[in-house]
Design a binder for this molecule. Structure first.
Ligand code: SAM
Length: 232
């Protein structure tokens, strides 16, 4: 088929149980950025933490050559699979997709593109940036040379820090999309979180009693690097 319009790419029927992650503004911005920038046609793609498959379906419709899709439990992965199977019917291409229950980057293979909306505010880690930092340090082990890492994050997770650390770790970085929006109710329910974000430069805006965060989709391309012979 020809190049689908972003509207067709984003039109999908998703369902999930109480335990599944329902798409939030983070996921919606990532979907929009992906729909407007085809980064995957003819490419092998790894998607971490696919949730209800909102990005999986989009990437398959954009002509990803093959996808490996992960979730933390087999049950959540089953939600991803059933949504993909229901939405990838004619005229869309037959999905070439492997589903793996896997803990973050602990999976096999190398791919042209790695895409994810990483856990952050409810990451369950003391360092809420854990999954972002893990990507910055270790995604190269899952990428082919010149591979691309794409993820979305909040300003409260310190976007400038992510860009700086990506560049320090050998990536050329560009911003694909940004959006601003009000805090979600559950942010206010975690006093530790509300305290932590005070220390993040440009983490949020507070105007007339209204808190606003900025979401950013980063696209980072691995640059060539050869370690010196003396490295050990
Ligand atoms: C922020 S949600 C994003 C879900 C979906 N991709 C979206 O954008 O709507 C993060 C997802 O990562 C999954 N997840 C959490 N910890 C994980 C881990 N260690 N390895 C793989 N996936 C994980 C969660 O189950 C959840 O579906």
């Amino acid at each position: 088929m020809g190049t689908p319009h972003p509207h067709e790419l984003l039109q999908m029927d998703l369902s999930g149980g109480d335990d599944d992650w329902s798409p939030t503004p983070h996921g919606q911005l990532l979907a929009l950025a992906l729909a407007e920038n085809n980064l995957v046609r003819g490419k092998s793609v790894l998607e971490l933490g696919a949730g209800v498959g909102n990005h999986t379906i989009l990437l398959l419709r954009q002509g990803a050559r093959s996808m490996v899709v992960t979730e933390i439990t087999p049950e959540r992965l089953e939600t991803t699979r059933s949504n993909v199977e229901r939405n990838m019917v004619s005229p869309w291409p037959e999905p070439n997709t492997e589903y793996r229950a896997a803990d973050w980057l602990n999976t096999e293979g190398r791919f042209d593109v790695l895409i994810t909306n990483p856990p952050y505010m409810v990451s369950g880690k003391q360092n809420r940036r854990y999954f972002i930092d893990s990507l910055i340090l270790d995604a190269h082990k899952r990428l082919n040379p010149g591979g691309t890492l794409v993820f979305v994050q909040s300003s409260m997770a310190d976007t400038a820090k992510s860009i700086r650390r990506l560049e320090e770790n050998g990536y050329a970085v560009r911003t694909l999309a940004t959006s601003r929006g009000p805090f979600r109710d559950y942010y206010f329910e975690d006093p530790t979180f509300m305290e932590e974000i005070q220390a993040v430069p440009d983490g949020f805006e507070l105007k007339n009693g209204e808190y606003t965060e900025t979401l950013t989709v980063l696209c980072a391309v691995l640059q060539p690097y050869s370690p010196p012979d003396v490295a050990h």
